[in-house]
Ligand binder design. Structure first.
Ligand SMILES: Nc1nc2c(ncn2[C@@H]2O[C@H](COP(=O)(O)OP(=O)(O)OP(=O)(O)O)[C@@H](O)[C@H]2O)c(=O)[nH]1
Ligand SMILES: [Mg+2]
Length: 373
């Protein structure tokens, strides 16, 4: 073979190799492009460290909600991953307790860790008693078994045959009212709930009963437009009860299963928020049996401080369940125990991020494992 022949031979070979490799390269590029469009790297979505976005920033909030689904991640792993900040004190304790005796110091460590996780004084005492009983019953003398005992005790104290389901009878109007102070995540939770209920085949209508600021109704309306949920809204500063009433009537007329009523977290000073919320409940009940859930939305990052507000709502408006939001950005996940023990209201759902499917059914065993295990 002379030089010219060699060059021709090598060129033909290179061209053939290129023709074989090109479709594969293009396919890979296209797949990467589609993955990015579908939400990209799951890690990069751990945004929103619980900070409030003003209602006028609602457009971006809604975009994030709808455009960054996280559906590929199983709930169990997601909860564990998202609970990173709350897990940290327990992980630290686990390290310290290794190869140590179960002495006073170990018990003090456990107590401090629980308080640090915002479990609260009463619930901490109750958990310590339970873990001590378990350690005694099992004749433990080593401290490194404490986390497992704690996990079992948390599961047991939270479980207690509590009904955490959300009540809905399809084929008639059901209303779920979302209540809670400013910025805790009511509107976002309404959007998450709508996404979830639509996925399970229920029809949904939003009631923008937060008439305090028009921007909040806009936030809900924009979200509704994206997922195909209509919004019943009133005038800015108008009567929130009238909006809720109209929405339930409309649901009855249109055969819609669920009305999600988004309410204000604060009102003009002269109007009493609790009275206004009670009134919303009353007008919804003008369609007898329509009021199925009053969900108190609580921001986990406020920890024990949120409990005082929660008590006020629970006393005033007959809360049927708690949605604990921003658990992903909180180091105070232990507050779940205090909420259930001190309010006597079940935590039904937890929010673990800002995207549409970042809402997880609250499961005590899963939660205890994610926190301590
Ligand atoms: N990280 C994180 N952020 C959340 C979660 N839920 C809500 N948020 C964010 O919290 C902020 C406030 O949420 P909204 O839904 O507007 O709160 P709101 O209770 O309706 O607020 P007001 O209408 O002002 O009373 C937004 O930035 C949300 O994206 C969550 O589970 N995790
Ligand atoms: Mg809102």
């Amino acid at each position: 073979m002379d030089t010219a022949e060699t060059i021709i031979f090598v060129s033909i070979f290179a061209l053939a190799a290129l023709l074989i490799a090109l479709p594969r390269m293009l396919g890979r590029r296209e797949r990467r492009r589609r993955d990015t469009a579908a939400g990209g790297d799951p890690e990069s979505k751990e945004s929103g460290r619980g900070e409030s976005v003003p209602a006028d920033g609602s457009e971006s909030v809604v975009s994030r909600l709808t455009e960054a689904p996280d559906s590929g991640v199983p709930g169990r792993r997601r909860l564990r991953d998202r609970l990173g900040k709350s897990r940290a004190p327990f992980a630290g304790m686990r390290g310290r307790l290794k190869a140590r005796q179960l002495d006073d110091e170990a018990w003090d460590d456990l107590e401090e860790t629980l308080l640090l996780a915002d479990v609260g004084v009463l619930s901490t005492a109750r958990l310590l008693d339970g873990v001590r009983d378990r350690a005694r019953a099992e004749g433990r003398s080593e401290a490194d078994g404490l986390p497992a005992l704690l996990q079992a005790e948390i599961t047991e104290q939270l479980d207690d045959d509590v009904d955490r389901t959300l009540r809905l009878d399809a084929g008639r109007p059901n209303a779920w009212i979302l209540v809670g102070v400013n910025g805790v995540g009511k509107t976002t939770t309404a959007a998450k709930l709508a996404t979830r209920e639509l996925a399970s085949g229920h029809s949904v209508l939003f009631a923008a009963a937060d008439t305090f600021r028009a921007a909040t109704a806009d936030q809900l309306a924009e979200w509704g437009a994206r997922v195909g949920v209509d919004v019943i809204r009133g005038q800015e500063g108008g009567d929130p009860g009238a909006v809720a009433f109209d929405a339930v009537q409309a649901a009855g007329a249109r055969g819609i299963d669920l009305v999600l009523v988004d309410t204000a977290g604060r009102l003009h000073t002269k109007v009493n928020l609790m009275e206004e919320l009670k009134k919303i409940g009353r007008v919804v009940e003008r369609t007898p049996g329509a009021l199925r859930e009053v969900l108190l939305v609580l921001d986990a990052t406020t920890g024990q401080n949120g409990l005082a507000q929660a008590r006020e709502f629970a006393d005033a408006v007959g809360v049927t369940g708690v949605v604990l939001t921003k658990l992903d950005g909180s180091a105070k996940g232990g507050v779940v125990l205090a909420i259930e023990a001190e309010l006597g209201v079940p935590v039904k759902l937890v929010g673990v991020g800002e995207t549409a499917d970042d809402l997880v059914d609250f499961d005590p065993a899963e939660f205890a494992a994610a926190l301590v295990g």
